[in-house]
Design a protein around this ligand. Structure first.
Ligand code: GLN
Length: 519
């Protein structure tokens, strides 16, 4: 401001912004109906929790940050009877797949009990403590990430419902690893106001619970969240856009029962049957498809989403690019903890670099460097622009296989000139149009935390291979628990994996009804 206007103008401008600040909405006390845990990248204030807690994003930079306002979603849930029981641990700023990149230490879960337990081992993770359970890491499993703390909070019964954020799978993946339900709504359905951004074009608020019912209740029940816009989040759909999207969609306003399953068509995306898929998960996926046919009379057909194999690479260009821009504001001056030693140094650049050097963890720094590079003039065309192109193709793939149109896009006739030569299409056209896609949430069961610690970052990125396509296209997706007995060599690993259902944009009501009926 100093560079562009006089101090009178500055004051006027500031007043303008200040008067634009949202009015704090006084909530009438609502009778308590359920307990809620909130991922610690979602803003809460002293009115959200009995004792004020910071909103840290698991980052040293924000260790003492107290938000002056509450995220819209928290206000909305409190108005529906939620009692906030705590903030949950995560990967710093939501960047990660195992909730290990946290200033509070790694989240971990005990392995499932042996078939005939001689003792019951309960290892609970207080969702409000944000404390790591680093003792006895031996044998502990990854809780998935980045909403690992939220998934554990519902798995251990410490909260009935938990909020997470899902940018590329961070609600669905931990749900799969922890044996709970994780739902990512259509992009723009739930307000992101008060959610610390990671990659705005992908970020969504997601819900975790033991069963689908609790989630359906808040999203679609009487006063369901699906109908509520928020002017403070420009990407949150307005009331008019919501009405337009719901047109021709079932389940908005009219509750759907289990009979919604009759005559549905489910697509099995062939490209999801990758080599790295754990055999037990492949078997459980096939068993789920058979169950849909036998018990619900559904039709299950193979479909092709050829751009899938490029989706992960595109995601890991787009998400870090947006992150590098978002995180530029943490400089120790405007936002974030200042490095006080460097602060005494006269040169501002030193303060900036020192604060960012201390304030961010390694994975966040890696993303900032990646993003700054792919947005640089020399690399932009080869990375960011290409990734955006892949993103469009991913969306087209989905629009081609779904029977319903995407209300946000014109129905596109598939244009081959738009394709990369490397994407062979002709042999993969399928005439089938389906209602939902059925696939695993992750290629493996929850890995051992000790193994995760040895992984390279790229190994960890692989976990997101089945979740990022729906994120790139902004589609609703849900992970429901699926029992698995897996044989790797002569070791039998059993446990719960995630079965993922993906729907067309704004087909959330049917998606939740179907997930409820089959889980
Ligand atoms: N694991 C992915 C990432 O690190 C997804 C994270 C998320 O959805 N917040 O970017």
């Amino acid at each position: 401001l100093r560079h562009v206007c006089s101090s009178r103008q500055q004051r006027r401008l500031l007043n303008h912004f200040i008067s634009k600040e949202p009015e704090p909405t006084e909530q009438p006390p609502t009778p308590y109906r359920f307990t809620l845990a909130v991922k610690d990248n979602i803003a809460t204030t002293s009115s959200s929790t009995p004792s004020p807690q910071p909103t840290t994003c698991a980052s040293p930079f924000l260790a003492t940050y107290h938000s002056p306002f509450e995220a819209t979603i928290v206000t909305q849930l409190r108005a529906r009877g939620a009692r906030l029981v705590g903030k949950t641990n995560l990967d710093e700023f939501g960047m990660g797949s195992h909730s290990t990149h946290s200033a509070a230490g790694a989240v971990s879960q005990p392995p499932p009990p042996p078939p005939n337990p001689t003792h019951t081992h309960t290892h609970t993770h207080a969702p409000d403590s944000n404390h790591a359970h680093n003792h006895d890491m031996e044998g502990m499993l990854s809780a998935g990430g980045s909403s690992g703390g939220s998934a554990l909070a519902v798995a251990t019964g410490e909260a009935d419902l938990a909020l997470g954020t899902d940018t590329g799978g961070s609600v669905r993946l931990p749900a799969a690893y922890c044996g709970v339900v994780g739902y990512k709504p259509s992009y723009g359905m739930v307000s992101r106001f008060g959610v610390v951004p990671y990659a705005n074009s992908l970020d969504t608020v997601g819900f975790l619970a033991k069963g689908v019912r609790a989630i359906r209740e808040v999203v679609l029940g009487k006063q369901g969240l699906w109908g509520e816009g928020d002017g403070r989040d420009p990407t949150c759909l307005s009331a008019a856009a919501r009405r337009r999207c719901a047109r021709g969609r079932e389940g908005y306003g009219t509750p759907l029962g289990g009979e919604v399953l009759r005559g549905l068509r489910f697509g099995i995306p062939l490209e999801y049957n990758i080599e790295e898929l754990e055999p037990g998960i492949r078997d459980a996926w096939a068993a789920a498809a058979k169950m849909l046919q036998d018990e619900f009379g559904a039709r299950v057909v193979p479909v092709s989403l050829p751009t899938t194999r490029h989706a992960l690479a595109a995601y890991y260009v787009i998400a870090p690019a947006e992150a590098s821009s978002n995180l530029a504001k943490y400089d120790g001056i405007r936002y974030g903890a200042r490095d006080t030693e460097a602060a005494s140094d006269a040169a501002g650049g030193v303060l900036y670099a020192a604060s960012r050097g201390k304030g961010f963890g390694d994975e966040v720094k890696r993303r900032i460097l990646l993003g700054s590079y792919t947005l640089s003039s020399e690399a932009m065309d080869n990375y960011f622009i290409k990734a955006q192109r892949v993103r469009r193709l991913v969306r087209k793939d989905f629009n081609r296989v779904f029977a319903l149109d995407n209300p946000l896009h014109e129905r596109e006739t598939f244009d081959l000139t738009d394709l990369d030569e490397s994407i062979a299409m002709e042999d993969k056209w399928g005439p089938e149009e389906v209602d939902f896609l059925l696939c695993p949430t992750a290629p493996t069961l929850a890995p051992k935390l000790a193994d995760v610690m040895k992984q390279t970052s790229v190994d960890a990125y692989m976990n997101d291979v089945f979740t990022v396509p729906a994120s790139l296209a902004g589609l609703p997706a849900i992970s429901i628990p699926m029992p698995v007995a897996s044989t790797a060599g002569d070791v039998v690993r059993s446990g719960t994996a995630g079965l993922q259902l993906i729907g067309q944009y704004w087909d959330d009501a049917r998606l939740l009804a179907v997930a409820d009926a089959v889980s």
